[in-house]
Write a new protein. Sequence first.
Length: 187
Amino acid sequence: MPILDSQSSELEGLLHATRLMLVSARTAPKSGGVDDILTEIILGKEKESLVDEMNRIGDERKISGFKRDAENLRNSEAAVLIGVRGDRSFKINCGACGYETCVEFDAARKTEGQDFPGPNCVFKTLDLGISLGSAAKTASILNVDNRIMYRIGTAARKLHFMPEATVIMGIPVSAKGKNIYFDRPSK
């Protein structure tokens, strides 16, 4: 029987875990059972392009947190992107989006913010949060180090990953002797 080395076996395990994270995001409860969640696994040169974009944004905005998170992503084997089509209304007229009715929300001109366009339907945004939590929980159950990162989603949107998504978040994953996402400088 051949010997399977640790490095390639752990990478294979991480990639399997990211696929299970996508399953968790997909099967997470959705408002009214309507699924507007989008998912992708990012690695290789696409992951490095995210790192470069996060560093660029950090330099441009003079926000060290982008550079810190970029370094975390660089040291990660992969990242899961989870986004949502938040510009689709839930049709219950709750008003949380700032409009009195969903018809007004649907007709409203969507404007591009610094990172994401808005407004977004609060129920679609909640669906995104639930999907993110489900994916992170799956990684945690599998003992895969992970952390939900807003800044990865910002860079992904700037690079036109998931063009249908109005909001994107990233979850980098790694398997090191020490969790790289939590013992780090703040900012």
